[in-house]
Design a protein around this ligand. Structure first.
Ligand code: BGC
Length: 751
């Protein structure tokens, strides 16, 4: 009997197997693009040939699959999220299901009821870790969760350079330096795409302010653009190979970024030979001309004035305005990335269980490494577990940690610890909520404090009350928050809602005051001289409260370094006010003529070119409040024996020694400081070095030659001039102790 069953099983298996082989054979015959031996380009070409004209146009535009839009019909195979582009079931082309963003699978406004995801720390927190491994791991976490929620495109990889500390989206991005930003964004994209889902980099380019983002015209000369923002994107694209690039809302030198021949055709697809597809930002397409100027796909089409990439595009092809070959190119670029990343060859993972504990671990490591100890007088930190009384003040520290708002808003863990409506008239006002993730720093501090310690909390609404409670404490920890959100820039750099006054009052009552900042970017600190310590914790993600407590008590030795300069005053900023300050965009209820008036463009000059952040301070001789690269540790480090060799580029090697009493991680940074005597300041590289007390390690950093070069606009290439190049190693962009120089040969590098 048993034998018979086994036999039958074997026969059944043989029949199934041969049917499978036959199917595979027929699939290979009717679907030659499924042959994985062919290149992504070959497969895309074959598939494009099989598409009807209607199917081809279908790939070139998509909706936001949200019931929110009047008359919206949500396709059955869509997942509510940022975007949806229909597939072609007849030919096995999957739909594109798109979700935001770099900091986790977002769920702004709770559009997928009850759906939570791992919240990573903000982009600035990641950048402050100066650790590409964190970027890779975070990208993988978001990619995997997105895939398991049914998405196959992640709108991640945000990296506009922080040319103004008030930009409302700095928290999503990676700071002010092209190499640091590009390296981390590239690693994040790689992490995501290894999960077989496409990642973007965005917003290409110069979307560096939210004020009037749909109308602002960023004005910059080509050399400044190439050596700054574009270099950051170039590094990210080279390292991450994103399947898609999202073009930005703003104009650049008079042309919309999504309708920009120079940016999309000449630079991205021409000079960089990038083979993927350009998708628009949501509502960023000014017209059908965008197709000729390099845009391949119109996203979130309900937000544009028209669905340009359907009927109007067909008409433009019929009239000869746009060649038919370009339509094939557009479709092939979409398909090519889908093949290259693996969308056709990977079975759906939708519905598979998600290991949120693993995601939280990645998030916590990044948060720990991203915390920056800005100031620590008299060794106030780490806090002693033997303290009798610790007072915690403000910042909703009893509930959780702050997060940034907009399309990147993640709902994490057990759901929001609090969601406080902000109101206002911003274009995304309905999403304007200060969301706190459920990881309470107060709870974490209580859990770590000694048995004999009393931990008290004042909500901070009344400075006098907090000061009275703080008076006899051994140490006071004030949490101070600056909430930032997509579509709104910070009006100024103060801590809002009277928190500067609160800190001053508490510090007056007790100098053992530690300020923990949870900010979307730099803030001014009028109270700095009065407090003992300042910790920048940024937005710290799903386990942020615990990460902060670990640093405060010294279980984690801080190793974060600023990826963005903190100004000492408004006079140090290239623009005293953000260009267009006070601009209010049209609202849905405006009559057309009012809306049109409000859509008038204004200029945002970038006379500083690529001298963003620390380079600007160096050029102007300004002393910032805290420089780019700065961050303290509970131990101390020393650099020595710097050797710099030249030739085609420079290579610096040096010793790093832990001269203090504790194990710790240092982040020595290598800068170019002069070329043939002419001062410059450019980050060439860095290393994260883990050292036991007394231990020494040797570090070697080799510069990418473009960082030594100037972009020669006329010759359309990078040019390295022969000469003596001065290099320094330091603990920040202004603490440059070890210096040496080397001779570099002349050279040219393709654009
Ligand atoms: C944002 C993008 C985002 C898109 C889709 C836009 O408003 O600028 O970053 O990916 O919305 O949600």
């Amino acid at each position: 009997m048993l034998r018979k069953t086994l036999m039958n099983g074997a026969i059944a298996f043989a029949i199934v197997a041969s049917a499978g082989a036959a199917q595979a054979q027929s699939a290979a015959a009717d679907r030659p693009w499924m042959n994985t031996k062919l290149s992504a380009d070959e497969r895309a070409k074959l598939l494009d040939q099989a598409l009807t004209e209607e199917e081809r146009y279908g790939l070139l535009h998509g909706i936001m699959p949200l019931a929110f839009f009047p008359g919206a019909k949500i396709p059955e195979d869509a997942v509510p999220g940022a975007g949806y582009v229909p597939g072609v079931p007849r030919l096995g082309v999957p739909p594109l299901r798109e979700t935001d963003a770099s900091l986790g699978v977002s769920n702004p406004g709770g559009m997928r009821k009850g759906d939570t995801a791992t919240a990573l720390p903000s982009g600035l927190a990641l950048a402050a870790s100066w650790n590409a491994d964190n970027a890779y791991a975070g990208g993988a976490v978001v990619g995997e969760e997105a895939a398991k929620k049914g998405f196959n495109v992640l709108l991640g990889g945000g990296l506009n350079l922080a040319s103004d500390p008030r930009n409302g989206r700095n928290f999503e991005y990676l700071g002010e330096d092209p190499l640091l930003s590009g390296t981390l964004a590239g690693a994040a994209v790689r992490g995501t795409q290894e999960q077989k889902i496409v990642s973007t980099v965005k917003h290409f380019a110069l979307n560096d302010q939210e004020t009037g983002r749909n109308v602002v015209d960023a004005q910059i000369d080509e050399q400044g653009l190439r050596q700054g923002e574009l270099l950051a994107f170039q590094f990210a694209i080279e390292k991450g190979k994103p399947g898609s690039v999202m073009c930005a809302y703003n104009k650049i030198n008079g042309h919309h970024a999504c309708d920009n021949d120079f940016l999309l055709n000449k630079v991205l697809k021409g000079d960089w030979a990038w083979p993927g597809w350009v998708m628009s930002d949501w509502g960023a397409v000014p017209g059908v001309s965008a197709a000729a100027n390099g845009l391949d796909q119109q996203s979130g089409e309900q937000l544009d004035r028209q669905v340009w990439f359907d009927k109007p595009l067909k008409a433009a092809v019929s009239s000869g305005q746009i060649p038919q070959a370009r339509i094939h190119d557009m479709a092939q670029r979409v398909l090519r990335s889908m093949f290259a990343v693996g969308l056709f060859d990977t079975p759906s993972r939708q519905g598979q269980p998600i290991d949120y504990a693993a995601g939280a671990k990645v998030s916590k490591t990044t948060a720990e490494q991203g915390v920056v100890l800005l100031k620590n007088d008299r060794g106030l930190l780490p806090m002693a577990r033997t303290a009798k009384k610790i007072v915690v003040v403000g910042g909703y520290a009893d509930l959780g940690v702050l997060s940034g708002g907009g399309s990147a808003q993640v709902i994490t863990g057990t759901g929001n610890a609090a969601s406080i409506p902000v109101g206002g008239e911003s274009p995304l006002a309905m999403l304007a909520n200060q969301v706190y993730h459920p990881s309470s720093p107060l709870k974490a501090i209580k859990a770590k404090a000694g048995k004999e310690t009393t931990v008290r909390f004042a909500d901070g609404r009344y400075p006098s009350e907090a000061a009275a409670l703080a008076k006899d404490a051994d140490v006071v920890v004030v949490f101070a928050n600056q909430w930032m959100m997509e579509s709104i820039d910070a009006g100024d750099l103060s801590l809002p809602q009277g928190q500067d006054g609160l800190i001053a009052a508490v510090a007056e009552a007790n100098p053992n005051t530690v300020v923990v900042l949870q900010t979307g970017g730099p803030v001014l600190m009028p109270w700095l001289g009065k407090v003992g310590a300042v910790v920048e914790a940024w937005y710290s993600g799903v386990r942020g409260g615990e990460a902060i407590a670990d640093v405060l008590f010294g279980d984690v030795n801080p190793s974060g370094r600023l990826p963005i300069t903190f100004p000492a005053s408004y006079d140090q900023l290239p623009n005293r006010q953000i260009p267009g300050f006070g601009y209010v965009g049209p609202s849905f209820t405006d009559p057309p003529e009012v809306a049109a008036e409000k859509m008038k463009s204004f200029a945002a000059p970038h006379p500083y070119g690529s001298d963003i952040g620390y380079r600007w301070y160096a050029r102007k001789g300004f002393k910032p409040l805290f420089p780019f690269g700065h961050g303290l540790s509970y131990t101390s480090f020393k650099y020595g024996d710097l050797k710099v060799s030249g030739g085609d580029t420079v290579t610096a090697s040096f010793d790093v020694t832990n001269t203090g009493p504790k194990a710790g991680v240092d982040v020595p940074q290598v800068y170019l400081t002069a070329r043939s005597g002419a001062p410059e300041l450019r980050l060439l590289g860095w290393s994260r070095v883990e050292l036991a007390p007394g231990e020494t390690k040797r570090v070697t950093v080799t510069a990418d030659r473009r960082l030594l070069a100037d972009f020669d606009v006329k010759a359309r290439q990078w040019r390295v001039d022969a000469g003596t190049y001065d290099v320094a190693v330091g603990a920040s962009s202004t603490a440059l102790d070890a210096k040496a120089s080397a001779k570099v040969k002349a050279g040219a590098i393709k654009p």
